[in-house]
Design a protein around this ligand. Structure first.
Ligand code: TXE
Length: 485
C-alpha cells in the first residue's frame, strides 16, 4: 500500500519515528494509504526549511511572486480532474462536485491573490517637517490547519494569500484527507515556489499542537471544530500568535411568505445536502413562514427524494459518503435524537438499504418538520445531510430565534421585499449572509464567522490584513526638537 510521507524542504521525507496511520476510503471502507505522522523532528525540519525559503521568497517583488503563483494556477487547472478524483477518494464527496468546484475554486483563489501580490503597498503620512510611511511586510512562517470537508480548497484559501504576501506556510491537512495537500506541495514546487515556502506535515492533533505552540510560527489559521479552535487559540496565546479561526455553525435560512418558493427550495437543498451536508455554513435551521410551510416542505421532500445517492466516483451521484464510520454514526445518532425528541422525519432518516453501499458511510438525505428551537438537532451542528424545518410568523420573532445560538457563521433570507432582505441580513448575528441565495462564496467576498464560529476573514482584500503586518517608518526632514538644548 502507498505510504504518504511528509513534504519538507522541497521533497518527501521519511519521518524519524515512522509512526503512521491508515487512511480509509469513506465510500468503501477499504484502506487507501498509510500516512506518516509528523512529530518534533519533522516540525523542526520544516521550520528550518521555512525560515530559509521565506527569506528568498520575501526578497522577490510582489509581481515576481505573483508570476510564479500564476504558473501554479495553470498547473492546478490542467490537473483539475486528476486532483478531483483524489479528493473524492479521500472525502467521499460526489465527483461531479469535486470536478466543478473543489479544485477550480481553489485555483480561482490562487489566481486572485497572485494578481493581488503586485498591488501590495503601504501608505504615506505627511507630518510637520517629516513624513511617515508604512511598509506592509509578511509575517514570516504561517501555519494552516485544515478540515476534511474541502481539503484542497482550504489549503489554497490559506496558502494563496499567505504566499502572495511573502510568507512561508506549513500546512497540516486533516488526518482524514491527507492526499491533495501533498499534491499541492508538488505543484507549488513545479511552478517555481522555492523549497520550504509551502510544506505539508501530516498528522493529527499532536502535529497541530506542535505547530501552534512553536515560537517561530507567527500565525495559525485553522478550519475545524469549535473545541479545536479554542484549543489552538489558547496554545497560540503563549507566544501571541495571530489567529484566524474558521469554525462550525448552525445557520438559519429564513423563507418569508413572499419568497420565490422554488428558488428557496433549491437553496435549502444546497444548504443541506451539497457535500452530504458536510459544510460549515449550511443553513440547517430552515425557518419557513407558516403561510408557505406546507408548499415549501412538499417541494423539498419531492426534490430531495430524487437526489441520487451512491458511488461518489459515478458522475451521476449527487450525494456521496460521509467522511468516516464514526462520523456517520454520530449523524445517525442525531437523527435518532430528532425522532425521540418529537420531530417528524418526513424523508430519509437512516442508512440506504442498498447492499452495494453497505460498506460505505452513507446516510440518506433527511428532512425533519415540526422542529422546535430546543431540540438537539436544532441546536447542535450535525455536519451531515439533515435538514430541520421550523415555522415562524413574524420578522422580529424569526430574527431573535435565528440569533439564539452561540454560533455566528452564516445566514440566508428569501424574500421579494428588498428592504426586508437588507434589514434582516443587517440584524443577523453572522459573518456571511445571503439574500435570495445560499452557500455561494466568491473569492472577492470576505468569508468568516463571528461569536463561536470564528475570528477573522478569509478571501478578498480582508485576507491580506491577516497575512501581513504594518511597519511604520518616521522620516525626519528638519532638526530634532531637542528638549535638552
Ligand atoms: O475537526 P477537528 P474534525 C466540525 C464538524 C465536525 C467536527 C469535527 O462539526 O463534525 O468539526 O471535525 C486539527 N491543535 N467541522 O474532526 O477535530 C486536526 O488534526 C492543533 C467544521 O475534522 O476540529 C484537523 O487537521 N490542531 C469544519 C483540524 O484540526 C488540532 C469542517 C480540524 O480537526 C488539534 C470540518 C489541536 N489541539 C469539521 N486538534 C468547518 N468549519 O468547515 C485537532 N487538530
Amino acid at each position: 500500500m502507498q505510504r504518504l510521507l511528509n513534504h519538507i524542504g522541497g521533497g518527501y521525507r521519511a519521518s524519524v519515528s515512522g509512526e503512521c496511520f491508515e487512511k480509509l476510503n469513506p465510500a468503501t471502507g477499504a484502506p487507501l494509504c498509510q500516512v506518516e505522522i509528523a512529530l518534533e523532528p519533522e516540525v523542526e525540519a520544516a521550520i528550518a526549511a521555512a525560515r530559509e525559503g521565506q527569506r528568498a521568497w520575501a526578497a522577490l517583488t510582489g509581481a515576481e511572486r505573483g508570476r510564479v503563483l500564476m504558473r501554479a494556477v495553470a498547473l492546478l487547472r490542467a490537473r483539475n480532474d486528476e486532483l478531483a478524483r483524489l479528493e473524492v477518494l479521500d472525502t467521499g464527496k460526489p465527483l461531479q462536485e469535486a470536478i466543478a468546484v473543489d479544485v477550480a475554486s481553489g485555483a480561482d483563489c490562487l489566481e486572485y491573490f497572485a494578481g493581488m501580490a503586485a498591488t501590495l503597498r503601504g501608505d504615506q503620512y505627511p507630518l510637520r517637517n517629516a513624513f511617515a510611511y508604512t511598509r506592509r511586510e509578511p509575517l514570516g512562517i504561517c501555519v494552516g490547519i485544515g478540515a476534511w470537508n474541502y481539503p484542497i480548497q482550504i489549503a489554497l484559501w490559506k496558502s494563496a494569500p499567505a504566499l502572495a504576501c511573502g510568507n512561508a506556510m506549513i500546512f497540516k491537512p486533516s488526518e482524514m484527507t491527507p492526499n491533495t495537500a501533498a499534491k499541492l506541495a508538488e505543484i507549488y514546487l513545479e511552478a517555481g515556489v522555492p523549497a520550504g515556502v509551502f510544506q505539508v506535515l501530516q498528522g493529527d492533533g499532536r502535529t497541530g499542537r506542535l505547530l501552534s505552540t512553536h515560537p517561530a510560527v507567527a500565525k495559525v489559521s485553522v478550519t475545524g471544530s469549535v473545541p479545536t479552535g479554542k484549543r489552538v487559540m489558547a496554545a497560540a496565546a503563549d507566544t501571541l500568535k495571530r489567529v484566524t479561526m474558521e469554525l462550525g455553525g448552525k445557520s438559519a435560512l429564513i423563507v418569508f411568505d413572499d419568497a420565490d418558493i422554488e428558488q428557496a427550495v433549491t437553496a435549502a437543498l444546497l444548504a443541506n445536502f451539497y457535500t452530504q451536508g458536510e459544510i460549515c455554513t449550511n443553513g440547517t435551521r430552515v425557518f419557513v413562514h407558516e403561510a408557505v410551510h406546507d408548499r415549501f416542505v412538499q417541494r423539498v421532500v419531492e426534490r430531495a427524494g430524487r437526489l441520487k445517492l451512491g458511488d461518489p466516483l459515478d458522475m451521476a451521484t449527487q450525494v456521496g459518503a460521509l467522511i468516516s464510520r464514526d462520523h456517520a454514526a454520530k449523524v445517525l445518532g442525531y437523527i435518532d435524537k430528532g425522532k425521540a425528541e418529537g420531530a417528524e422525519c418526513v424523508l430519509g432518516g437512516g442508512r440506504p438499504d442498498d447492499a452495494a453501499l453497505a460498506a460505505g458511510n452513507f446516510v440518506l438525505p433527511t428532512v425533519f418538520t415540526g422542529c422546535t428551537d430546543d431540540m438537539t438537532i436544532v441546536k447542535e451542528e450535525i455536519f451531515g445531510p439533515v435538514m430541520s424545518v421550523l415555522t415562524f410568523s413574524g420578522e422580529e420573532e424569526v430574527v431573535a430565534r435565528a440569533n439564539a445560538t452561540p454560533f455566528g457563521l452564516a445566514g440566508g433570507v428569501f424574500t421579494r421585499d428588498i428592504a426586508r432582505g437588507h434589514r434582516v441580513a443587517g440584524q443577523l448575528d453572522a459573518g456571511v449572509c445571503w439574500i435570495n441565495n445560499y452557500n455561494i462564496t466568491p473569492i472577492e467576498m470576505p468569508f468568516g464567522g463571528t461569536k463561536e464560529s470564528g475570528i477573522g476573514s478569509e478571501n478578498s482584500h480582508a485576507a491580506i490584513e491577516h497575512y501581513t503586518r504594518i511597519k511604520s517608518v518616521y522620516v525626519e526632514l528638519g532638526k530634532i526638537a531637542d528638549p535638552y538644548a
